[in-house]
Design a protein around this ligand. Sequence first.
Ligand code: AP5
Length: 190
Amino acid sequence: MVGKKVIITGVPGVGKTTVVNEALKKLKQEGIEYQAINFGTFMFDVAKTENIVQDRDQMRTMDRTVQKRLQQHAAQAIAKISGNVLIDTHASVKTLKGYLPGLPEWVLREIMPDLIVLVETDDDQILIRRLSDETRSRDKEGSKVIGEHQQFNRAIAASYAMLTGCTIKIVTNADFLLDRAADDMAAVLR
Ligand code: AP5
């Protein structure tokens, strides 16, 4: 079955998983189904088996060559999934050596997305969400640095569109406006 391949991105803690889950609930009521998968989980399952890291937040600190190998492995596995697929991942990953493209050319060639969604909100709101989420080891950084990461993600998303011809949609997930974000997300997934 030919389906849509949609990539969802956003800096850690912006709420991409939350928005995706709400949007999928709305679409399900209309009989539209997507298989939601998390790119980081595909990478982490291999990293765990190889005993490289203990938790998913440590993956950003792995050697670049290891991160790239796990990216490629994840992309190849995900490419085999048919139907409508929604891939929760990162436009760029903040590593110890700078921004690593989340979707380098060899990953894009495997997945060939129809659409890339950038989930964004105010830098301060992301900072507060990270500080409130005790289940994860988020990077300790201020709102200015979070803003730089969001800007970088827009720039690199443009290059992904150039390589694949996919469209880019920006969805704002503001405090108290989750439902609006889910509506915006659902609209591009129909
Ligand atoms: P992953 O697990 O995807 O990391 P993440 O970005 O931290 O994802 P989360 O799911 O934790 O954050 P989120 O933005 O979805 O926010 P959430 O919905 O939880 O990836 C893990 C690792 O895998 C990466 O660090 C990287 O190392 C690796 N990786 C992944 N893809 C890769 C790639 N392509 N290449 C290389 N490496 C890759 O929400 C956060 C909080 O905000 C929650 O408490 C929520 O309740 C709250 N919230 C959400 N929306 C709202 C709202 N509207 N108002 C108020 N609060 C809200």
